[in-house]
Every structure is written in structure tokens, then in C-alpha cells.
Ligand binder design. Structure first.
Ligand code: BG6
Length: 508
């Protein structure tokens, strides 16, 4: 995306309504992957869009003894062309980038951090206003917050906030315990639990589509919708993240957070107003009403899989167990499919099928609402019976939506056949959407929690999967790992789960 996009007056006008206050963004885990892959690129993008105040600084913190200059040059290297194409802007932006070696477990380091922040405040006029970003190992979220609070760095709720990466806890009880710790360090409105899916334009669009149009909401319920499929398919494998992924698996890595957030936004009730607490309350409520389709025998409604080798002869792909750092006998799932119900007036009896996997046939995230069949079939349909109407919300790539419905096939008869009506972000707006982190970092710095997960939501999401997590822990044989070939659509067992309901997974 180029800086020239800011010339769109509408875009500038809308953005000027929300001005980021002077502040210092402190990144813990600055030598890690997320910082150079997502955070610094997102901040630089905000800079290019002229959305950062001139009184702004980034302080990178990690254990490595880097200097400011080393930090700047490592980040420039990671950003590659983005920096060389915008060298002057980068020089300006990076003049506000600093680095301090900090181990949050060491008191003397945290004290030194405090004085470095004071120095930066004087140098960059950042007015004691700080956003702390914990991009560290999840084991340190609680103690990290505690260290900041003990050093008095979270004392002012107006001028300090903490962003916490996922996973927030490992299960229901650890999430509850972590919530207790972080809430003892600051107020709930200072805590920003990030889920980058909520930063995606298309995920936010689900709310706009539902609540800004009159045609969808009246039919957005069990009377008209027969099932919902939510997919997040990836073509990548575990990459260099075996250390983390081995103890996480797809259920904790993708389902509990990203897929559950998509489900919540798709299924929530209409909030009374567009305000952070109204929206988050509706999301929490719908998650509290959600349950596994078979809570007593969860193995009937969940399939776990793991990718094996695959690809082509010229580009063979390793199986998960052969990936660097992965236990050759690993039983970590790289694929999950499951069936859920939501016990409320709107959704009673409508199955929600959720699936995610690595090394699948295609990179694709989408929400598909399938409508009930017409009660009477008046016309012959191509293929024997009319295709059910479907609304497909394409989260990524090829962001947009499509609606499938039956029309008359040209000719003298009265046969029907399905067609699609399309909306594409690219075609309609002609500019790529911002990365999720651009939106979310800006929102955190603006202290706007709308797109962050509240404590009750995160707990409800963990509670929902507790029967499965317990089963994997106590009787893993009940939820066996089904191998699947890389670059396919996952294990056949997941197809059988839908076939039992007379359905198919969508394979676009
Ligand atoms: C992350 C997961 O949260 O989301 C990764 O830890 C996954 O395993 C990634 O690859 C997917 O994000 P996106 O935006 O590419 O769909």
C-alpha cells in the first residue's frame, strides 16, 4: 500500500475523527517474530497514512543487548522494500524508535525501563502516555503485567494500557486465573486482549452487513437458516513455530480465538448501540449460549487431524511429524472440525460447523450461511433439486461476499439453476484493506476496546471447549488424530461428520 492513498479526502476525513494522542508504544518481545513481521510494519503503515502524532516513540524491549541503532537496522532489514521505497519516511519514523534491554522478571530492569521512558517522554514529548504490548511467551503475561504495575507504570488508567497477545490462558481455569492477575494490575479498560481476526475489515463487515441493512436481519435466524459453516484454511504448515505449536495445536491456536470470534459476530444479537461494551456484551452472551453439539460424548462432534507429507514431486511437502522441532510421534492436531449449537431463540437447532487446518488445499477464511430450501419445488432444477440459497462472507483472500440463488435457465422450459451475485472489496473500493494489526494497534493506542476481547468473552470461549480439552488430556484415544495428506481438504472423518447430517463441506 502506498502513502499516496492518504490523498483520498473521504478516507482522510473519516480518519481525522479519531486522533491518536502523543504516546510511547513499548513492545516487549521486540526481538521476536511478531515485532518485525506485524507490529513494526503496522506502525510504519500508520506513519505513512499520517495517523501517528509527531510526538510518538516506539521502545523495543527484549533480553538481547541491542542498541537503538541495531534495533532500527534490524527492523529496516525485515521490512525490506517497504523501507527502500519510502526511505525518507522511514528515516523520520525510525528516529522515534528506541531499544532497551529488559527482562521483565528482573526488578532492576523494570526500574531502568521506567527511567528510560521518562527520558523518552522528555525527548519526544510523549507525555507519560504509554501503550505496553506484551508480545512475550504467554507464560509471562501475568508476571509481566504484575512487574509493570509494581513499578507504578499502570497507575494512571487514562495514560497507560496493556495489549496482551493470544493465547490468553490454556483453558478455562488458567484464563480465569490470568484474568484475576491482570485485573489486579489495572482496570479492565486498560487491558486489550488482542485477536487479530477482529482487525480484519471483512470480519468487522459482518456487523455492518447485518446491522446496517434491513434485508438480512429478519432472515438471520433459525426460521430461514439451516446451517452455518465457518472455515479458516491455511496452506502453510507449522513453519518455525514448533516450540509453541506443539503445546498448542489447532484448537488452542485458531479455534478458541479466531474462529470463535467469527462465530460470535455472526451469531450475536443486535447491540443496542455501537459502543464497545454493548457489542462485547452481545458477543459474550452468545458464547455463553453456545455448546458442543454433543457435550456428553464430544468425540461425536469433533474431528482432529494432522497433516502428513504431500505436495507434488517437484515441490514435496514434509509431514507435520517431520517438521523441525516436532516430536516424531507428536499427537498435536493441525486440523480441527467440530459441530456446535447455540441454545437461544435465534439459533436453537441450527448447527454451526467450524473447521480450521494447516497445509490444506487452499488459503481461505469464510463464513457460509445456508438457507432453508423452498418449501415447494415448482420448477425442474439443474442437478435434480434447487441448490439452497447461500450467503458467503469471504473473509480472506479475495475479500467480499457472494449470494447464491436460483434463476431461470435461458430457454423455452422453466428450469432453474444457481447463480452468484458478488461483492468484492477490491473492485468496489480499489484499494487493499489494512492489515488487521494496523487497525488494532491504532485502536489500542486510541484506548478503543471495541475490537478487543473482554474478560468474560475469553472465559466463555474457553468454557465452550472445555469438554474437548479435558478429553484430549484424559482419554486422547477418544479423539484420535486422523492423518491427512498435505494440500488436501483434511481427513475423510470430517467429511463423514457432515455426511451424517446430509451435508458437505464447501470446497471452493
Ligand atoms: C495466528 C496463528 O494467530 O493466526 C497462526 O497463531 C496462523 O498459526 C495465523 O497461521 C493465521 O492468521 P491469518 O491472518 O493469516 O489467517
Amino acid at each position: 500500500m502506498s502513502a499516496t492513498m492518504t490523498t483520498n479526502p473521504l478516507r482522510v476525513g473519516l480518519r481525522q475523527e479519531r486522533v491518536i494522542a502523543p504516546q510511547c508504544l513499548v513492545i516487549f518481545g521486540a526481538s521476536g517474530d511478531l515485532t518485525h513481521r506485524k507490529l513494526i510494519p503496522a506502525l510504519f503503515e500508520l506513519f505513512l497514512q499520517r495517523r501517528l502524532p509527531s510526538e510518538f516513540a516506539v521502545l523495543g524491549c527484549a533480553r538481547r543487548p541491542w542498541s537503538d541503532e541495531e534495533f532500527r537496522s534490524k527492523m529496516a532489514e525485515a521490512l525490506g522494500d517497504k523501507v527502500t521505497d519510502n526511505q525518507q519516511a522511514w528515516d523520520q519514523f525510525s528516529a522515534g524508535m528506541f531499544y532497551e534491554p529488559v527482562d521483565l522478571q528482573k526488578n532492576e530492569d523494570v526500574v531502568r525501563l521506567g527511567s528510560r521512558l521518562d527520558t523518552i517522554d522528555r525527548l519526544r514529548a510523549t507525555r507519560n502516555n504509554r501503550t505496553f504490548y506484551l508480545s512475550v511467551s504467554p507464560n509471562y503475561y501475568g508476571s509481566g503485567c504484575r512487574a509493570l504495575a509494581d513499578a507504578g507504570l499502570l497507575r494512571d488508567p487514562e495514560r497507560s494500557r496493556v495489549v496482551i497477545e493470544k493465547p490468553f490462558g490454556r483453558d478455562y481455569s488458567s484464563a480465569q486465573a490470568l484474568n484475576k492477575v491482570v485485573q489486579s494490575c489495572g482496570q479492565e479498560n486498560q487491558i486489550f486482549r488482542i485477536d487479530h481476526y477482529l482487525g480484519k475489515e471483512t470480519v468487522q463487515n459482518i456487523m455492518v452487513l447485518r446491522f446496517a441493512n434491513t434485508i438480512f436481519e429478519p432472515i438471520w435466524n433459525r426460521n430461514y437458516i439451516s446451517s452455518v459453516q465457518i472455515t479458516a484454511a491455511e496452506t502453510v504448515g507449522v513453519e518455525e513455530r514448533a516450540g509453541y505449536y506443539e503445546s498448542s495445536g489447532a484448537l488452542r491456536d485458531m479455534v478458541q480465538n479466531h474462529l470463535t470470534q467469527m462465530l460470535a459476530i455472526t451469531a450475536m444479537e443486535t447491540p443496542g448501540r455501537f459502543d464497545p461494551e454493548a457489542i462485547r456484551s452481545e458477543k459474550a452472551k452468545v458464547l455463553q449460549a453456545a455448546r458442543l453439539a454433543d457435550e456428553l460424548e464430544p468425540w461425536n462432534c469433533c474431528i482432529r487431524g494432522q497433516y502428513g507429507p504431500g505436495g507434488s514431486q517437484s515441490a514435496p511437502l514434509k509431514g507435520y511429524r517431520e517438521e523441525p522441532g516436532v516430536d516424531p510421534n507428536s499427537t498435536t492436531e493441525t486440523y480441527v472440525a467440530m459441530k456446535l449449537f447455540i441454545d437461544n431463540w435465534r439459533w436453537q437447532g441450527v448447527p454451526f460447523y467450524v473447521r480450521t487446518g494447516k497445509r490444506l488445499a487452499k488459503r481461505l477464511s469464510e463464513v457460509v450461511l445456508t438457507f432453508r430450501e423452498a418449501p415447494v419445488h415448482l420448477f425442474d432444477a439443474a442437478g435434480g433439486s434447487p441448490t439452497a440459497n447461500q450467503l458467503i462472507l469471504r473473509i480472506q483472500p479475495d475479500e467480499g461476499a457472494e449470494f447464491r440463488f436460483e434463476v431461470k435457465s435461458p430457454g423455452s422450459g422453466m428450469r432453474s439453476r444457481p447463480v452468484e451475485m458478488e461483492f468484492s472489496y477490491d473492485e468496489s473500493f480499489g484499494e487493499p484493506s489494512d492489515e488487521g494489526y494496523v487497525r488494532l494497534l491504532a485502536d489500542a493506542m486510541l484506548s478503543d476496546p471495541t475490537l478487543f476481547t473482554r474478560s468474560d468473552e475469553v472465559e466463555a470461549a474457553w468454557r465452550l471447549y472445555t469438554p474437548l480439552l479435558e478429553l484430549i488430556e484424559d482419554s486422547p484415544w477418544r479423539l484420535p488424530i486422523h492423518p491427512y495428506e498435505s494440500r488436501t481438504w483434511g481427513p475423510a472423518a470430517a467429511d463423514s461428520m457432515l455426511a451424517r447430517d446430509g451435508l458437505l463441506w464447501r470446497r471452493p
